[in-house]
Design a protein around this ligand. Structure first.
Ligand code: SAH
Length: 218
């Protein structure tokens, strides 16, 4: 078996081949040890395939190309405050942290919350985590420069739009990247805050994707 560094670099090239041009994101994919995010060691040999794989609590670690696509849309800048809904394995959070963002992440399954908190700490990624329903956002930390949801929502939770930063002078407002649609298939929607009111947004519907469902309530 190739050493994992080589396999990671090959994965980044696969992701590039799928049309991702964001060099920072490709660098993160080439650097992050994705096998560490799979508790089931039998899956480690598949860690650098461009596929979603099972994790605990019947959830999945997302497909690297999808993580890359959504992260490139979000385009987090160093020190920006980014909220992730659906920590899961922690891989997406690690990608965001590698780009220098201040990452906040909410997970509703305690088993994943506990495991992933310990894992991210062990690997040295600075991510603040919280257990609960992410559809309410994280009001104590808001507003956010960016919010990324990694579970498919039927509709966009209003609290997430409310917690996007308002535009300020030359600085554009915050953006939300979220898969929206039924449980089978969703489309990536990007919402950008353009003013003070909750209706002051633009909304763009992009590629089709497949995520595990976004579950409301605990
Ligand atoms: N970002 C993860 C993807 C995990 S799959 C990764 O990189 O591995 C989506 C995750 O969203 C699951 O762990 C699921 O439990 C979680 N989730 C679903 N609905 C949620 C909600 N309302 N609030 C918080 N987490 C939620």
């Amino acid at each position: 078996m190739m050493r994992t560094e080589k396999r990671r670099a090959a994965l980044a090239e696969t992701v590039r081949g799928n049309g991702i041009t964001h060099e920072g994101v490709l660098e993160a994919i080439a650097t992050i040890p994705r096998h560490e995010f799979l508790r089931d060691t039998a899956l480690h040999r598949r860690a650098y395939e461009d596929v979603a794989l099972p994790i605990d609590a019947d959830q999945t670690i997302s497909q690297p190309s999808t993580v890359a696509y959504m992260t490139a849309l979000l385009d987090p800048k160093p020190d920006e405050k980014i909220l992730e809904i659906g920590t899961g394995s922690g891989y997406q959070a690690a990608v965001l942290a590698s780009l220098g963002a201040r990452v906040f992440s909410i997970e509703r399954h305690r088993v994943l919350y506990d495991q992933t908190r310990a894992l991210l700490e062990r690997l040295g990624y600075r991510v603040r985590m919280r257990l609960g329903d992410g559809s309410h956002g994280w009001s104590a930390v808001a507003p956010f420069d960016g919010i990324i949801a990694t579970a498919g929502a039927e509709s966009i939770p209003p609290a997430l739009v409310e917690q996007l930063r308002q535009p300020d002078g030359d600085r554009p407002g915050g953006r939300l990247v979220i898969p929206v649609g039924g449980s089978e298939r969703q489309r990536i929607v990007v919402v950008r805050r353009t003013g003070p009111g909750p209706e002051d947004v633009t909304r763009e519907t992009l590629a089709a994707v497949q995520f595990v469902p976004f579950v409301r309530g605990r």
